[in-house]
Design a protein around this ligand. Sequence first.
Ligand code: PEP
Length: 249
Amino acid sequence: MRKRIIAGNWKMNKTVDEALELAAAIKEGIKTGDKIDVVLCPPFTDVTAVALVIQNTRIGLGGQNLHWEEKGAFTGEISAAMLRSAGCEYVIIGHSERRQYFHETDETVNRKIKTALSAGLRPIVCVGETLKEREDNLTERVLETQVEGCLAGLTAGQAAEIILAYEPVWAIGTGVVATVEQAQAAHQYIRDLLFKLYDRTVADRVRIQYGGSMKPDNSGQLLAQPDIDGGLVGGASLDAQSFLDIIHS
Ligand code: PEP
C-alpha cells in the first residue's frame, strides 16, 4: 500500500512573516499522525524559517527547483546541497511553469533528478499535457515522452525513489479540475509506463500525485482513485484551512 503524499507548492507567494504564519497554522491543524506524508514547498527565501516552524514534526520540507550542477557561477540558482542544508528532503522538478517560462526540458529535468537523488533529495517530478495536446488526443504520447525523457538512465532503485506528479497544464491555477475518470486514466497510464520501463516493483512503489486545481471539494474523490496517491496543491495550499481540509480528506 502506497502512503499518500500531499505537497503544497507555494510558488512565488509569501514573505517570511506570511510563511511563518501559514506554516504554524498548518502545523497546529494537522491531525493525521503518520498516516500520510505532508510536504511544504515554500519559496527559497522562506525555507529556513519554515524549517524552524516544522522541526520535530512529521511535516516535510521541499524546494521548488534546483540547479543540476553542484556549485559554481550560476547567478540566481540554488544547489541540491543548499536545499539539503536548509532542511529540505524533497524538491519539485520540471513544474509546467518552469517548462513554460524558463524553458526547462525533459533533458534538464533528467539532469536535475540525477543531481537531486545523488544529494539525497526526493524529487517530485511534474508531467502533464497542455489543453491543445489533450484536444488533439496526444495526452498519452506526451506523457510517454515526458516520463521516458525525465527518467532516462535511472536505475530501478533510483526510479523507485521518485514521486511523479501528473499535472494537466490546463488544470493548473485555472479552477478547471480534471474529471476523476480523466485523472485516474492518466495515472494508470503512467503506472503502466513505469511497468514497461522497469518492473512491477517500481510501478507499484512510485507514488503519483494529481495536481491541477485540487481543492477540498474535489480532493476526496480524486484521492479515492486507485492510482492517485496524493496531491500537489498550488492555490489551495496558500490557505491553511483549505490545505488542511485537503489533507484530512
Ligand atoms: C501546481 O502549481 O502544482 C498546481 C497544481 O496549482 P493549482 O493547485 O493552483 O492548480
